[in-house]
Design a protein around this ligand. Structure first.
Ligand code: NAD
Length: 359
């Protein structure tokens, strides 16, 4: 069966970094004899400029027909003053919700070669490899009722609703346990079950789903402790699964443990493991067009695509190994340049990964 991949380059550095990932796709296609078909579509400011919408119907149709989507990044000062509904970032929210991409997987891994780039002590983060699984389409960010109201005494009150149905917890639990099966087989579920009833249910459902994965060990941690443990001893974690808001915060903390925003990929999956794969960083307008952006997060997003949507860990591992090899060889884009290494451009970094993969 042909793997259909939709490519959405987006704005700012998006086209520059995605072009390097396309080169990697072409190499793995021939190296592993993959049956793959790529098409390109529009999203974000680029889509707005061409069609008047940040996520036009044609892009939705292409996304629905694809098995996986590779996205660069969206946004930039050019589109900041548009009506909220027309901003590039709205295009991103639209594709996530239209495709029901409820599971956000964000690995935080630190290549040992880059240990100097983190703000933590090297021995605490060196070799770090954790996976945050964040529920993306539910919880307090979407719960109703919500709003700001004026009480009888004239005082204003803001309110939101933290709500999770059993089925929402169940489906994110399955994603976490299955991710753990491909890793070190440990899941830590993060909640606030000592205070919030919604997370008491979350914990109960996690326990129920765990019975279906006897090979995976489940533990629980309160979110306040988890935030502390992430900076105290992050290597204790394998997979961390949590709700939308806790995941939003913890995944940023985990990302910063590695000190390099240009290195981190992500996946957002639906219930059939169809996914959208993108670097965690934005469109970096400050360096767009200069040819210095780091393409490795986008290239590593391709590796995630092969692991999670196409079930080809061998392809994923080859890409990840090639990235490790180029770092070993001393190639560094400006964002990850420490004392060592030779500074290379976006294209040179892509070429180096292609060369390592082609060996
Ligand atoms: P950003 O991630 O784009 O940039 C933050 C800093 O990191 C900048 O200094 C940038 O130069 C640097 N940086 C980011 N990616 C890099 C890379 N690959 N190589 C080297 N350096 C890199 O965040 P921001 O500046 O807050 O946002 C810029 C625009 O991106 C905004 O319009 C924002 O809305 C949008 N954004 C989009 C996404 C997305 O598409 N998923 C995510 C975050 C922000």
């Amino acid at each position: 069966m042909t793997d259909k991949i939709l490519i959405l380059k987006g704005d700012g550095i998006g086209p520059e970094i995605v072009n390097e990932a396309i080169k990697v796709l072409e190499v793995v296609k021939s190296k592993f004899n993959l049956d793959m078909q790529t098409t390109e579509g529009l999203i974000g400011g680029a889509a707005y400029d061409e069609t008047g919408s940040p996520f036009p119907d044609e892009s939705l149709k292409q996304a629905q027909e694809a098995d996986a989507i590779l996205l660069g990044a969206v946004g930039g000062p050019k589109w900041e003053k548009l009506d909220r509904a027309l901003t590039p970032e709205r295009g991103l929210l639209a594709i996530r919700s239209n495709l029901e991409l409820f599971a956000n997987l964000r690995p935080a891994m630190l290549y040992p070669q880059l240990a100097g780039a983190t703000s933590l002590k090297e021995e605490i983060v060196s070799g770090l490899d954790i996976m945050i699984v964040r529920e993306l389409t539910g919880g307090i960010y979407f719960g109703q009722p919500r709003g700001i109201r004026t009480l009888e005494n004239g005082e204003r009150e803001g309110f939101n609703t933290y709500v999770y149905s059993e089925s929402e917890v169940r489906r994110i639990a399955h994603v976490a346990f299955q991710a753990a099966q491909k890793r070190d087989k440990r899941v830590c579920s993060v909640d606030k079950a000592n205070v919030l009833e919604a997370t008491v249910l979350w914990r109960e459902v996690m326990e129920e789903v765990a019975k279906e994965y006897p090979d995976v060990e489940l533990s629980h941690m309160y979110v306040d402790n988890a935030s502390m443990q992430l900076v105290r001893a992050p290597k204790q974690f394998d997979v961390v699964v949590t709700g939308n808001m806790f995941g939003d915060i913890l995944s940023d903390t985990a990302a910063m443990l590695t000190g390099s925003i240009g290195m981190l990929p992500s996946a957002s999956l639906d219930k059939n493991n169809k996914g959208m794969y993108e670097p965690i960083h934005g469109s970096a307008p400050d360096i767009a067009g200069k040819g210095i952006a780091n393409p490795l997060a986008t290239i590593l997003s391709v590796a995630m695509m092969y692991r999670y949507s196409f079930n080809r860990s061998d392809v994923a591992e080859a890409i990840e190994k090639a990235v490790g090899d180029v770092l070993d060889q001393g190639y560094r884009t400006a964002d990850i340049k420490g004392d060592a290494g030779k500074t290379v451009s976006t294209v040179e970094m892509g070429d180096a990964v292609v060369a390592a993969l082609s060996k």
